[in-house]
Design a protein around this ligand. Structure first.
Ligand code: ZN
Length: 489
């Protein structure tokens, strides 16, 4: 790994060449550069040549897309790392890209892949580990100007993704709700944002019965972090629609989820530090938004709580009243994410009057069964916002798939003794229950999208893009791109 990868507009003379090649051209290319056969140009295939340059395969020309470019970027970095290269530039062999190829986008995807592959989490390596040596910095450029511009953008966004992954990987004995708040405050200070924290005591005073019920069983009490990005020039500097946009991002931040009294079986508990990944994705997106100084107002809310078992914990059959007065009969203390989100959503609607809300959460096991780890589930009844989220998902590779949210699904959450239940024991339409529940806490007039990332927030093994198992930072790019979409149109 490199301590950092910096994009350079003018690559130095001594730069190592990274030749991107497609499989159709491979024989001609190998002949031209005097390399031995035996390289097919498959996507992600790499080979070091005798002159010290690096071949990286893209696969077939017509199937080059975001994923192949990210894969190539990641594999290239891994090879450069082994070569201990300090300066490198991307070059294209003739005929590699189609004439109308979007070099800006390809550069961004390659840079993103490179940056994301250059992540490791070594904070807690102790005396029994040999620390991997870090290489110093890598200066990365490209001969094509558009590709180089894109590369810089991609590397920047990867930093936000990696920032999010590092917080996500931080273990629950360190990463408590208060620790999350301190990280958000640090981010606010370094990126010209404001941050305030709704404390446990204040949440109780405000009647946030969901957040307080979920978090009160833990020594580490819950809170809601409110992080606000106000662009310097809202008004004249902002064109058209962005002037009236106030986007609100809400991320479930359950720093640890034991399930509470609806206790998870022990193997189901492992990895539950990732139950805060909605919140860490929102933090990463705010990092990207403030770094890019997007001309659009964005407020992030992170309802943070630890779901533990103690004499103070909430229990199944409790009836609680949430911020907007809706009463909830708790049927399952392991359906806690929606309770903390509900108070945050209701508070945001009343106090911020946002123009749009997107929430992100590792909310249901049902969405993992339905969609696996290939995409997140999206629920949204507003056509414009739904289109924005879907387009951003396609563009960034943080893909989403739309699920229904009908009156019938809302009725499925009705309670006998309170307004609604937090989980229906019937597993029918399980992933839909989360969104249906949350809809009771969002002002009907506010376009709202719910993104369930339970299947995509972390990976058990390494993949082409996420070369290190663990948190993926899924959602950082998606949320950033949705905000960016409002800034440009
Ligand atoms: Zn749970």
């Amino acid at each position: 790994m490199y301590s950092s990868i910096n994009s350079v507009a003018k690559p130095s003379r001594q730069s190592l060449h990274i030749h991107l090649v497609v499989s159709e051209e491979i024989e001609r290319t190998l002949k031209r550069i005097g390399a031995a056969p035996g390289f097919a140009g498959d996507n992600g295939e790499t080979r070091v040549l005798s002159d010290g340059s690096l071949l990286v395969g893209l696969g077939k020309r017509e199937s080059i897309n975001g994923l192949t470019m990210r894969t190539a970027g990641g594999k290239a970095i891994k090879a450069l790392e082994r070569m201990k290269a300090r300066f490198a530039k991307v070059t294209f062999e003739e005929g590699t890209l189609a004439k109308d190829a979007d070099r800006l986008a390809f550069g961004a995807q390659f840079g993103e892949g490179a940056g994301v592959a250059n992540w490791q989490f070594a904070t807690y390596r102790g005396s029994a580990s040999t620390r991997k040596k870090v290489n110093g910095t890598l200066a990365l450029g490209a001969t094509d100007r558009d590709f180089a511009t894109g590369l810089a953008t991609g590397l920047r966004i990867a930093e936000s993704v990696n920032y999010s992954r590092t917080i996500a990987a931080t273990p629950p004995n360190i990463c408590t709700p208060a620790w999350i708040a301190s990280q958000a405050q640090k981010l606010a200070r370094s990126h010209r944002m404001t941050c305030r924290v709704i404390s446990y005591a204040e949440a109780r005073r405000l009647g946030m019965g969901g957040l307080t019920a979920v978090g009160m069983g833990s020594e580490a009490k819950p809170c809601i972090v409110v992080l606000d990005w106000r662009p310097a020039k809202t008004g004249r500097g902002t064109r058209g629609a962005a002037k009236d946009v106030h986007l609100c991002l809400v991320g479930k931040t359950v720093t640890y989820d034991t399930g509470g009294y609806s206790l998870k079986v022990n193997n189901g508990m492992k990895g539950m530090k990732y139950d805060k990944c909605g919140g860490t994705a929102v933090l990463g997106a705010m990092h990207a938004i403030a770094t890019a100084k997007l001309p659009v107002r964005v407020t992030a809310l992170l309802p943070a709580a630890e779901n533990m078992v103690s004499g103070d914990s909430y229990r199944p059959d409790d009836i609680i009243t949430l911020f907007n007065g809706v009463t909830v009969e708790v049927t399952n203390t392991d359906a806690e994410g929606r309770l903390v989100l509900a108070d945050a959503l209701a508070w945001a609607c009343k106090m911020l009057k946002p123009s749009h809300i997107v929430d992100m959460a590792t909310l249901t096991g049902g969405v993992v069964v339905a969609l696996g780890s290939w995409c997140a589930g999206l629920m949204c009844t507003d056509a414009d916002l739904r289109g924005r989220v879907e387009r951003s998902g396609q563009a960034t590779g943080d893909r989403v798939w739309h699920l229904p949210l009908w009156t019938e699904h809302r009725e499925h959450m009705r309670s006998q003794h309170a307004d609604i239940i937090n989980s229906n024991p019937s597993r029918l339409g399980h992933p839909l229950q989360g969104g249906a529940f949350l809809s009771y806490f969002v002002d009907e007039k506010v376009p709202w999208a719910h993104v369930d990332i339970a299947g995509v927030a972390s990976v058990d093994g390494s993949t082409d893009v996420y070369t290190t198992p663990g948190p993926t930072g899924f959602g950082v790019k998606l949320l950033y791109d949705v905000a960016r979409g409002f800034a440009v149109s």
